[in-house]
Design a protein around this ligand. Structure first.
Ligand SMILES: [Zn+2]
Length: 87
């Protein structure tokens, strides 16, 4: 998918951190092996610290990106019927 923030449009891939959180990751930081794995597996790649680049750090419009991403997470949670009452 592409980042929807204004002036950005970077290709991003969602990976999974060790805390099982989805991390938007710059597609350019993924290796050829990563893409091969993604093509052959119906799964989600693990975020590798020091190797993969989080899009939170590189987005040209981080404020808007955060907002979009928060909404996205909320929609996903709502679909699963999970309510986040801590926020
Ligand atoms: Zn972006």
């Amino acid at each position: 998918m592409r980042c929807r923030a204004k002036n950005c449009g970077t290709e991003i891939i969602f990976t999974l951190t060790k805390n099982n959180k989805q991390m938007p990751t710059d597609a350019t930081s993924l290796t050829e092996e990563d893409f091969k794995w993604l093509a052959n597996n119906n799964g989600i790649l693990s975020f590798r610290y020091g190797e993969h680049t989080s899009h939170y750090g590189t987005c040209r419009n981080p404020e808007e990106f955060r907002k979009n991403y928060d909404n996205l997470s909320k929609q996903k949670s709502a679909k699963r019927g999970i309510t986040d009452s801590n926020k």
